[in-house]
Design a protein around this ligand. Structure first.
Ligand code: NDP
Ligand code: OXD
Length: 309
């Protein structure tokens, strides 16, 4: 069995060492133009040439949860794409989002500014009931984040394509549920995949339906958000702030207004990182299962090409 590794921006050697240890007997190598045909591909942002040349693949493993960049390429038809299914990301995402929500709710950003000025001053306690948090996307990450937020007594709402039932979370679904979801939300968290349906979903007409004093946390993809609409709603006072981890262009260009906006906090696409050991263990287990004849449809994380995630 041959496994081809083609992950842009990733230091290959530790992955190769881990994959070789987890798949004894397999030839695991970094792809280069003209390489021998592989059975399985492990990819992140590969060039189109990779798929043009690798015509014998049985499965394509993406070393991230989001497959939006991959789905834009011409992929071999009928070859399953398998994304990371949690692999240690959901706890990181829960930490990030709970931090962002609590930082805003408890006004820790304000206390940091006070501290910088040497000022000892209290803010009035706020009520959880006044800060309902709405999570867009109730998949592997969104479900974990929703449950974590509910532990802190925030009213939690969730929105997904298909109907869900999560204890402690008021669930809405589909277009029919979107308006009610937005109207009941003050802090919105985006954990949707980027698809034709979700691109630009955080825009003026949707964000203006949030409760006054709304707050935006985008941890999914930069193209979910219309940047100028966010700035307009922050400047008009309808939105109180935003914490953003993902951007239309990454790294965020140095002249982008998000860097200096007083109501925006940015982090460098770090809310949930791919963890190498967990990811290798998950991918190797799936490759072994496929080699042993397990039907691909039973594996977690298989992408539906029609839905695009
Ligand atoms: P999942 O596929 O498990 O979950 C996606 C959720 O979005 C599902 O609940 C799905 O609904 C819902 N959804 C999809 N399309 C629509 C739609 N049109 N309307 C309403 N709901 C919709 O993905 P993950 O939870 O694993 O990951 C989510 C995203 O997070 C990734 O695609 C990636 O972009 C981003 N991400 C960001 C990271 C970062 O570091 N910033 C790290 C990892 C991921 P249904 O359940 O009905 O299918
Ligand atoms: C992912 C990411 O999709 O890191 O896994 O953004």
């Amino acid at each position: 069995m041959r496994v081809s590794f083609c992950c842009t921006g990733t230091t290959a050697q530790p992955w190769l060492d881990g994959l070789r240890a987890a798949l004894p007997g397999a030839v695991v190598e970094v792809w280069s133009a003209g390489a021998a045909a592989a059975d399985h591909a492990i990819v992140w942002a590969p060039p189109q040439q990779f798929f043009d040349e690798q015509t014998g693949l049985k499965a394509i493993f993406n070393i991230g949860a989001g497959v939006d960049a991959l789905m834009k390429l011409r992929l071999p038809p009928e070859v399953p794409v398998v994304r990371l299914d949690d692999a240690g990301m959901s706890v990181q995402m829960a930490e990030y989002v709970c931090h962002a929500v609590i930082r805003h709710f408890r006004e820790f950003d304000g206390y940091e500014s006070d501290m910088a000025r040497g000022e000892w001053s209290y803010r009035k306690p706020r009520l959880h009931a006044d800060f309902p948090v709405g999570v867009m996307g109730l998949g592997v990450l969104g479900a974990r984040v929703s449950r974590a937020l509910a532990q802190f007594d925030f009213p939690v709402l969730g929105w997904s394509r298909s109907a869900k039932s999560i204890p402690g979370v008021q669930c809405f679904s589909g277009e029919a549920g979107f308006n009610d979801f937005l109207a009941a939300t003050r802090i919105v968290v985006c954990l949707l995949p980027l698809t034709a349906e979700t691109e630009g979903i955080l825009r003026h007409d949707t964000l203006s339906r949030l409760q006054p004093g709304g707050y935006v946390i985008n941890v999914a993809r930069g193209r979910h958000l219309v940047d100028d609409d966010l700035i307009a709603l922050l400047d008009s006072g309808h939105l109180a702030g935003a914490m953003l981890d993902v951007f239309r262009t990454e790294p965020l260009p140095e002249d982008h207004p998000f860097w200096k906006h007083p109501k925006i906090a940015v982090t460098p696409h770090t809310s949930a990182r791919t963890l190498r050991e967990e990811s290798i263990a998950q991918i190797a287990a799936k490759i072994r299962a496929l080699q042993n004849g397990t039907p691909v449809s039973t594996l977690a994380g298989v992408v539906d090409p029609k839905k695009g995630y």
